[in-house]
Design a protein around this ligand. Structure first.
Ligand code: OXD
Ligand code: MN
Length: 607
């Protein structure tokens, strides 16, 4: 039996032999000074927070303005996910596929095991049991993260259902994800994020950044989750989930996949504009959806998370008033700037830019500085319970029935405002060919278009071709498949100006999507999908010129020819597991448009 304590130093017993055995093994490897099992209690939160403040891991913010809120500054070399250091460890390279870094399990355990050897000497090992998904849901999964970071323990408390409730759900079972994390000295040369799908195990070392170390999120809920989904017949997706309620009380659920930093949190918390009086948007989740077919043949989704790990810059009362309300209490901010009176600040926040700030690295900052005050990937970790528009079904163990799936990327050209797929396989093709310009959520160059299928490029835990095949195969299980859509809020005119205002105005597009899913609004057929016809998109009380709407929704055949060709190179790069059905979709489209020239005319603005 390992010597494990609670946060006040009292000895406690672990009643699961598999868990005890694993903790003993990890103690022998990491050699911590002491081991603390997290119960998830309020007293524990207070005690961890006090300790984190004493250690300088958390800095209290203005407790009158922001009760229960703290700031964390990460190591400046450790501010984003590290895709180049993230590995899928399967016996064969082919199982990880062309889009993942691969290491053989034996090599990874040896190599990274050497780094874990003694990594917690002089430190405390926190054992964090957690549930991904609503308690009692047949779709939920248990994980246990062993970490030497109190920041991780406190964040996991917000992001998951953490503590005793997870041990209760686990009971005597051996079916839990084993996550091991150590900060080491945050040296990028000794940083690895390794996933072992066959062992339901994750080893993360050398980083303290959320996406690399909150192991329930990207590592379990997406990379391991997608592998489990393939094996068990369900989908683990990088998708927000929201409920659209009409003034008559009709509720329609939608799941949407956008790559990192493309506005998933904003869309999930959208406030409809004045024109849509009586319409309500309810947030179920802002980042991840686990979806399974229900007994009635519909696709049901749960949000495995319990909090939001959102991007701070750009969040304001205009872009996301609900997020601004959500982060007013009990929130951990990472790498934002701070005002003189202990309030938080980031680029794009409301109000005038303060004359002086402390920047994300703790340095004095003056208005007009060429450097950003907050890191572009600075974050808030906030409890979903703070969201005034959290759906009352967000914790429903059965999940919510999904009527539409939306894919969207950040594209300056080519992709129109909205398009509906002709059928499921065409929708899978739309998702599989999703492209987006890169952002600051991952290290690397920003602003380059890369293919990001289903927004899962960095998160699919197995061969991408097999993942597409799994999506195609799911159709056989779903008697009532959701309708599939492609959107692009980011199209620009020749001068580089956005054509569509986005934010709340996206409600106009969402309404068309809901009405299409419910088979009660028109559309025009183009070679690439259905688009709204003149009069189909609600443009009333909208300060936008008809020409601009036409430009935002235009389809340019020549641009699409280039697009389809680039999709072809991507498909080719995926290797042998790439399903023929998708390549045939592409070839069919290309063959159809080869004879067409110029613009496909879609008049959306005039009714
Ligand atoms: C995230 C991401 O943090 O996608 O959600 O990077
Ligand atoms: Mn994400």
């Amino acid at each position: 039996m390992p010597h494990v304590q609670d946060c006040f130093g009292a000895s406690i017993e672990i009643n699961n032999a598999h868990l005890s055995k694993w903790i003993v093994e990890m103690m022998a490897l990491c050699k911590p000074d002491k081991v603390v099992l997290c119960s998830g209690s309020e007293a524990e939160r207070r005690s961890f927070t006090e300790l984190a403040v004493t250690q300088g891991v958390l800095i209290p913010l203005n407790q009158e303005k922001l009760p229960g809120c703290y700031l964390h500054r990460s190591n400046p070399n450790d501010v984003a996910r590290v895709e180049n250091l993230t590995f899928i460890c399967t016996p064969e390279k082919e199982q990880a596929g062309a889009t993942n870094n691969w290491m053989a399990p034996k090599e990874a355990y040896e190599k990274v095991g050497k780094l874990f050897d003694g990594s917690m000497k002089g430190r405390t090992m926190y054992v964090v049991p957690y549930v991904m998904g609503p308690i009692g849901s047949p779709m939920a999964k248990v994980g246990v993260e062993i970490t030497d970071s109190i920041y991780v323990a406190l964040n996991m408390r917000i992001m998951t259902r953490m503590g005793q409730q997870a041990l209760d759900m686990l009971g005597a079972s051996n079916d839990f994800n084993r996550g091991l994390h150590s900060m080491l000295d945050c040296n990028p040369d000794r940083r690895y994020i390794c996933h072992f799908p066959a062992d339901n195990t994750i080893w993360s070392i050398g980083s303290g950044y959320g996406g690399n170390v909150l192991l329930g999120k990207k590592c379990l809920a997406l990379r391991i989750g997608s592998y489990l989904g393939k094996t068990e017949g369900w989908l683990a997706e990088h998708m927000l989930i929201l409920g659209v309620e009409s003034p008559e009380g009709e509720m329609t659920y939608v799941a949407a996949a956008f790559p990192s930093q493309c506005g998933k949190t904003n869309f999930a918390m959208m406030v409809p504009p004045k024109r849509f009086k009586g319409w309500k948007i309810w947030t179920v989740g802002d980042d991840i959806a686990w979806m399974r077919v229900g007994e009635d043949g519909r696709l049901y989704a749960i949000n495995p998370e319990a909090g939001y790990f959102g991007v701070a810059p750009g969040t304001s009362m205009k872009s996301n008033p609900n997020a601004m309300k959500t982060v007013l209490k009990d929130t951990i901010f990472t790498n934002v700037a701070v005002t003189k009176d202990g309030d938080v600040w980031w680029e794009g926040k409301d109000g005038p830019v303060p004359d002086e700030l402390t920047d994300w690295q703790g340095r004095p900052w003056k208005k007009g500085s060429t450097e950003k005050a907050a890191h572009p990937n600075s974050r808030f970790t906030a409890p979903a319970a703070n969201n005034p528009w959290k759906s009352r079904f967000a914790d429903d163990p059965g999940g919510v029935p999904i009527s539409a799936i939306i894919f969207g990327g950040r594209r300056a050209t080519t992709v129109p405002l909205v398009m509906q797929a002709f059928h499921w396989a065409h929708g899978v093709f739309m998702g599989a060919t999703l492209g987006s310009e890169t952002t600051a959520a991952a290290t690397g160059k920003v602003g380059v278009v890369r293919r990001d299928p289903m927004a899962m490029l960095p998160f699919c835990g197995y061969n991408m071709g097999e993942y597409f095949a799994h999506w195609l195969a799911m159709q056989a299980q779903i008697a009532y498949p959701p309708k599939v859509f492609l959107v692009n809020w980011f199209r620009q005119n020749k001068d580089g100006k956005f054509l569509w205002p986005g934010f709340g105005e996206n409600m106009r597009v969402l309404k068309w999507i809901v009405d299409r899913a419910r088979l009660r609004v028109g559309g025009q057929e183009t070679p690439f999908g259905w688009v709204p016809r003149a009069g189909d998109l609600d443009l009333s009380d909208f300060d936008i010129s008809p020409e601009t709407v036409d430009e935002a929704t235009a389809i340019n055949i020549d641009e699409w020819k280039t697009e389809l060709e680039s999709q072809g190179s991507f498909f080719e790069s995926l290797g042998e597991k790439m399903p023929k059905a998708l390549e045939l979709q592409r070839e069919f489209l290309l063959a159809r448009i080869e004879s067409m020239h110029g613009k496909w005319v879609v008049h959306n603005s005039k009714s």
